[in-house]
Each structure stands twice: as C-alpha cells, then as structure tokens.
Ligand binder design. Structure first.
Ligand code: ADP
Ligand code: MG
Length: 238
C-alpha cells in the first residue's frame, strides 16, 4: 500500500500563506500531474511531500502513516528535479549507486541493483562514462536512475524536462510513461506545461494561487473545465 494523501496541507512563509489547504489523494501506482502557472505553489507542495519544507498545517500520509515529522530520508520518497545535478567526478554507475548511500548493502548487491536500473532505463552501455560525456537526455535518465534505485513508495518529479529541448522533451515524456507502465510507482509529477500534463497524466490536478481549481482525467478537464481559469489554462472552450 503506497497511497499518498495530502489532507488539508498548507504552507506559510512568515505571515504569507502560499499553499492553502490542499486536499489530494494519489492512489497506489497512479500517475498524477500537478499543473499550474509559475508561482502557484507547485514546488512548495512537492517539497512538503518530500520533507524538504516543513508543513505549516494539515496531515501528510504515505501508505496510511502520518509522515509530517519524518525527515526526507525517513519518508521512502524519491524526487527528480529540473536541475538534476550529477557528480562530474563520478561515473554513471557511481552516480546511480549514490541513491543507495543510506542502505547497508554489499558491493555485489549494489552492483546488481545498478545494473538492473541501467537495463530498465536502457543506459547499460553508459555505466562507465562520466556525466560530461552524456547528452542531456542521457543525463536525465541517470538522474532518474538515482531515484528509481531506491525503489521508493512515492516518486516525485519537479519539472524534470524543463531544461531539455523540445524534441527531447517529447521523447522523455514517452520514456517516463513507458517506465511507469513497466514499473508502476505512486507518482506526483509537477509541470507548468499543459501539454505535458494532458499527455502524461492518469489524472490532472490544476493549481492556481495555492489552491486546487479542478482535478480529473485529462479528457474530463478538457471537456468540462469548471472555472474560467481552468478553461483558459488548459486551452479548452469554457
Ligand atoms: P511554483 O513551483 O508553482 O512556480 P513555488 O512553490 O516555487 O511555485 O512558489 C509559490 C510561492 O511561494 C511564490 O509566491 C514564491 O515566491 C513563494 N516562495 C517559495 N519559496 C519561498 C521561500 N523559501 N520563502 C518565501 N517565499 C517562498
Ligand atoms: Mg516550481
């Protein structure tokens, strides 16, 4: 059971509340995309789930357990960022193995885990290379490998494709979905790109100014936008 539940989650920085009581359940193995304009609170929400930002109020549950007070390392959550810094002095294999740094594993167990992930992402031939010898898409795959190898209960993505060119962005969208089909994980994926949201999501959650405007399957949101904001943002007739 690895359901993710945000139950009335809010965030204030000083006196300013920027996330206002988000209610959202991501079912086990569901791929939910949180989409909204820049500054609406997507990253803050995701960072609270990851444990990188304290939750001001509300309850966060993973697999039915309250995790508000657990550190990032204790949450069984893995996150892939837009700026997926790889270690330049380490090989691809070492970069992926870095995801296991908190686990007590033998060398052989570690190597086997790296190989399995590399096969899944089809980067096996690159394991001995340094990041500088990789393309942007290959680097993004290594960053995903570092997260996947932890075999997390919940996978979080924060605009992982924003730094890639249009062609590669399209390709990586398909690859992330293919990966999800082969190895389903409860996923919350953040983007400001409507097309990315509509093409990748099992369910789209549209956020504006710290609140959820609407949540539902892409076609339902497209056909029946509930607010003017959603209609304009998704680009469907209101
Ligand atoms: P998004 O990811 O949707 O672009 P963010 O979650 O990054 O939005 O930001 C939401 C709001 O919270 C913005 O107004 C931003 O300026 C503010 N904010 C984010 N982080 C901080 C912080 N550490 N201190 C103060 N304000 C912040
Ligand atoms: Mg952001």
């Amino acid at each position: 059971m690895s359901e993710l539940v945000l139950d009335g989650i809010s965030k204030s920085f000083g006196d300013t509340e920027v996330v206002h009581g988000i209610d959202l359940t991501v079912a086990e193995n569901e791929f939910v995309v949180l989409v909204g304009p820049s500054g609406c609170g997507k990253s803050t929400t995701l960072r609270m789930v990851a444990g990188l930002e304290a939750i001001s109020s509300g309850e966060l549950r993973i697999g039915g357990e309250r995790v508000n007070d657990r550190s990032p390392g204790e949450r069984d959550v893995a996150m892939v960022f837009q700026n997926y810094a790889l270690y330049p002095h380490m090989s691809v294999a070492q970069n992926i193995a870095f995801g296991l740094r908190r686990r007590k594993l033998s060398r052989a167990e570690r190597d086997a885990a790296v190989l399995e992930v590399a096969k899944l992402l089809e980067i096996e031939p690159l394991l001995d290379r340094r990041p500088r010898a990789l393309s942007g898409g290959q680097r993004q795959r290594v960053a995903m490998g570092r997260a996947i190898i932890r075999d997390p209960q919940v996978f979080l993505f924060d605009e992982p494709l924003s730094n890639l060119d249009a062609r590669l962005r399209l390709q990586m969208r398909l690859e992330i979905k293919r990966l999800h089909a082969r190895k389903p994980v409860t996923t919350l994926y953040v983007t400001h790109d409507q097309t990315e949201a509509m093409t990748m999501a099992d369910r789209v959650v549209v956020m504006n100014e710290g609140r959820i405007e609407q949540a539902g399957p892409p076609m339902e949101i497209y056909r029946n936008p509930r607010t003017r904001f959603v209609a304009e943002f998704i680009g469907a007739p209101a």
